[in-house]
Each structure stands twice: as structure tokens, then as C-alpha cells.
Design a protein around this ligand. Structure first.
Ligand SMILES: Cc1cc2nc3c(=O)[nH]c(=O)nc-3n(C[C@H](O)[C@H](O)[C@H](O)COP(=O)(O)O)c2cc1C
Length: 201
């Protein structure tokens, strides 16, 4: 069976990794590394909260590209609308360490940071990997937001049951990076990334 490391479905594809402010943000490094091993081009954006859990420099080094973290502080060169640059570039969006807060903001269609503004501007499919405590995952507000995102075409990978950062056991643990990358590769291989659908999240 071909996995992401063998390049199945990933080679030369443009994958945008979006990182939310869950404690699982550190696993974004593995997601990016595995995507690169599979041959994908990778760019990243992080929410301000995500940068408190994982240094952007790590994702810059692993992706080989600058990481967008601040919507309103553009780089010195270029038009300074990085959310539009990223959204126009991506064939597939993969939002990892998707916190309850990020899921709520995406469901509401907010655009108040680099991640949410990029998603709102992007027509590429959205693969979402939530990560949170069981109570947050099971809260009716989160359930409704997830349903909203699914109805718009977002595809969820995980969360799974297991040990959480708090030490508790339950559903809410982010899917393993290899599983997320397999899901991304499968989506791209089946054409999900090539077709630019309507708004997905
Ligand atoms: C140590 C710590 C760990 C956290 N882990 C999570 C988490 O795993 N999932 C989650 O939904 N929120 C978690 N939070 C809360 C989020 O960081 C907070 O809601 C934040 O505003 C989310 O930002 P975002 O919308 O950029 O993702 C955690 C907070 C702290 C202080």
C-alpha cells in the first residue's frame, strides 16, 4: 500500500497547512514534514494562539516557505495580502490542531486572523483535524459548528479517542499526523484538491 511517504497523491501538489491554537499544534511539524516527504509543496499559516504553542520558525524550516502569522503585518515586498496569495495558491487546505475556538470562527465565517481570512477566501477543499478536550468536542455549540462546516463541504479527520493533553482519556485527541497526511493524499488523489469547489469553510 502506498503511503504519503511514497508520494502517492502528494507529489507536486500544493498543500496549505493551517494551524490552530490547540496544544496539539506541535504535531503540525510532523504533518508538514510528512507532506514534504511525500513530495508536496507546503505553505503554512498560523493563528496567533498557534504561535504560542509552536514556533513559526519550525514550520518555516520544515516547509521551506515563510509562515504567515499576522494578517495585518505584511512582508515588506509584495501587495501585502498574504491571505489572498495563500488562498489562490492552495489545492488543498489542511487545518490541524483545530481548536473549538477556531472551528467556531470558521463556522461563523470570521476573517480576523491569517488562518480564518485565508479559509474564507479559499475555494480549495478543507480537511479539518480537530483537537480538544472531550467536553469541548461534545458541547452542543461545537457539534453545531462542525455540522455547519461539514454541510459546506469540509472533511473531518478525527478526532479520535485516546489520551488527551490534560491526562484524561476520551474523544478529542487529534488524529495522528500520518493519518492526516494519508487523508490529504487520498483527497488529492481522488481529485478533491484539483476541483475548486464552492466555499467550504
Ligand atoms: C495550555 C492550553 C492548552 C489548550 N489546548 C486546547 C486544545 O487542545 N483545544 C482547544 O480547543 N483549545 C485549547 N486551548 C484553548 C485555546 O488555546 C484558545 O481557545 C485559543 O483562543 C484558540 O485559538 P485559535 O482560535 O487561534 O485556535 C488551550 C489553552 C491552553 C492555555
Amino acid at each position: 500500500m502506498s503511503g504519503p511517504a511514497s508520494g502517492g497523491g502528494l507529489a507536486g501538489r500544493r498543500v496549505l497547512v493551517l494551524v490552530g491554537g490547540s496544544v496539539a499544534a506541535f504535531k503540525a511539524a510532523d504533518v508538514v514534514a510528512l507532506l514534504r516527504v511525500g513530495g508536496a509543496e507546503v505553505r503554512c499559516a498560523m493563528t496567533p494562539a498557534a504561535t504560542r504553542f509552536l514556533g513559526p520558525l519550525t514550520l518555516r524550516a520544515l516547509s521551506g516557505n515563510p509562515v504567515v502569522t499576522d494578517l495585518l503585518t505584511p512582508p515588506e515586498r509584495g501587495p501585502g495580502m498574504e491571505h489572498l496569495t495563500l488562498s489562490g495558491w492552495a489545492e488543498l487546505q489542511v487545518a490541524v490542531a483545530a481548536s473549538a475556538n477556531l472551528i467556531a470562527r470558521l463556522a461563523l465565517g470570521l476573517a480576523d486572523d491569517a488562518v480564518t481570512a485565508t479559509v474564507l477566501a479559499c475555494r480549495a477543499p478543507l480537511l479539518l483535524a480537530p483537537a480538544m478536550e472531550t467536553a469541548m468536542w461534545e458541547h452542543p455549540a461545537t457539534r453545531e459548528h462542525v455540522t455547519t462546516l461539514r454541510n459546506r463541504g469540509a472533511i473531518l479527520v478525527g478526532p479520535v479517542a485516546g489520551r488527551l493533553a490534560s491526562g484524561r482519556e476520551g474523544e478529542g485527541r487529534m488524529a495522528e499526523p500520518a493519518v492526516i497526511v494519508e487523508a490529504a493524499a487520498a483527497l488529492l488523489a481522488e481529485g478533491g484538491g484539483a476541483a475548486r469547489r464552492g466555499p467550504v469553510g
